[in-house]
Ligand binder design. Structure first.
Ligand code: RFL
Ligand code: PHB
Length: 390
């Protein structure tokens, strides 16, 4: 098979890129290791920045999101007896959209299918070959046969554990990492969310977050040990621990019910640079990871795809190579700021095992300052709704 852009991974990054390229008349083939059902079974992000919402509209995939997504103008931060609303709308003039990654991925899959796109699921053992030539190739196994895709360019959209990043020469790639000494235990339940907006909680027993997917489906998280055994967390134990960490009113009014999904996510900050080597471009989680506290992972994937789709369109439409040349730098500029914000939010909201009374004092001072200073809230809100794509 011959294509212009070979895309590895059918997560949000790969599917959005393939859809945006299609709208510009650029051909692509997407190779995904898992089945479509498996991809849709992963419960992940829930908060979309305005920039990502605009991209989904531009991609022609926003109809259901515009109908079912929940626009949130603010959220709450709680610590000790304090409960403070951060007014996103007042400080930034914009909002965020609460719409699940699962739904968004489904919308992108449907759009790709409707356009008759080449998306190959259960493509095993994908390998990148001839990266140092003008026609790099992807080979993969499917149904016991080897297949080949000859490409002009390759987009590595295959997440943190994918193969693309590892295809970059070791002498070129620099990796920066921080692993946090805890994880998030999350559940999804068919219950009414405890509040209309998200609630982030710093509690001495550990962080908690009340989120949602709709007005009848809740998503809750609690900080747990990084090596926690999921089997030991019955629904009852989860609800008990969550309620201990929530402010009194919320703990009393929360609707509980059986979990329909329960999982543990490790927390990590990671950046790989550069994000381009020759004809290979990395995008999304393949190049960077943020802890979920700032709700930035999916949104960063979208901004990478914004820069990458513009760069490829510039090349195919006008023969420009400058946008491809500046791709890595442009992405990384925005990524490091989101890394800073996510690291900061994680640091002030979680309980660290080695935390001493000085560390706790600083943490409380950060939260006290944030919740009493308008300029601090304005800066926080600016980062939460997402910095501009520039
Ligand atoms: P994905 O979604 O990991 O997709 C990569 C795809 O590549 C496939 N793949 C391969 N395919 C072919 N060959 C190979 N060798 C392959 N190796 C892997 C995989 O099967 C997969 O389908 O990466 P992508 O597209 O870059 O998207 C990134 C986002 O998924 C991620 O950043 C977010 O989910 C992070 N995140 C959040 N982000 C937000 O912006 N807002 C949030 O509220 C938010 N909440 C979260 C989150 C992530 C979480 N977890 C579980 C880590 C909450 C959680 C709990
Ligand atoms: C979610 O709804 O899954 C979610 C919301 C906000 C975050 C992280 C995850 O900061």
């Amino acid at each position: 098979m011959r294509t212009q852009v070979g895309i590895i991974g059918a997560g949000p990054s790969g599917l959005l890129l393939s859809q945006l390229l299609h709208l510009q008349g650029i051909d692509s083939v997407v190779l995904e290791r898992r089945s479509a059902d498996y991809v849709l079974g992963r419960i992940r992000a829930g908060v979309l920045e305005q920039g990502m919402v605009d991209m989904l509209r531009a991609a022609g995939c926003s109809e259901r999101m515009d109908r079912e997504g929940l626009v949130h103008d603010g959220f709450e931060i709680c610590f000790g007896e304090n409960r403070q609303r951060i007014d996103l709308k007042k400080h930034t003039g914009t909002s965020v959209m609460v719409y699940g990654q699962t739904e968004l991925t489904k919308d992108l899959m449907d759009a790709r299918e409707a356009a008759g796109a080449a998306v190959v699921y259960e493509a095993e053992d994908v390998q990148i070959l001839d990266l140092d030539t003008d026609t790099p190739r992807l080979i993969y196994q499917k149904d016991g046969t080897e297949h080949e895709v000859v490409c002009d360019y390759i987009a590595g959209c295959d997440g943190f554990h994918g193969i693309s990043r590892r295809a970059m020469p070791e002498s070129v790639l620099k990796e920066h990492e921080r692993v946090y000494p805890f994880g998030w235990l999350g559940i999804l339940s068919e219950t009414k969310p405890v509040a209309d907006e998200l609630i982030y909680v710093n509690h001495w027993r550990g962080f908690a977050l009340c989120s949602m997917r709709s007005m009848t489906r809740s998503r809750y998280y609690i900080q747990c040990a990084f090596d926690e055994n999921l089997e030991e967390w019955t629904d009852d134990r989860f609800w008990d621990e969550l309620r201990v960490r929530l402010p009194g009113e919320a703990a009393e009014s929360i609707e509980m019910g059986p979990s329909i999904e329960k999982s543990i996510a490790p927390l990590r900050s990671f950046v790989a640079e550069p994000m381009r080597h020759g004809r290979l471009f990395l995008a999304g989680d393949a190049a960077h990871i943020v802890p979920p506290t700032g709700a930035k992972g999916l949104n960063l994937a979208a901004s990478d795809i914004y820069f990458l789709s513009n760069a490829l369109t510039g090349f195919y439409a006008d023969g420009r190579t400058d946008l491809m040349d500046s791709y890595s730098e442009k992405c990384l500029n925005r990524i490091w700021k989101a890394e800073r914000f996510s690291w900061w939010m994680t640091t002030v909201l979680h309980r660290f095992p080695e935390q001493n009374s000085f560390d706790r004092g600083i943490q409380l001072a950060e939260l006290e300052y944030l919740t009493t200073s308008e300029p601090a809230q304005a800066s926080f809100a600016e980062n939460y709704v997402g910095l501009p794509f520039e």
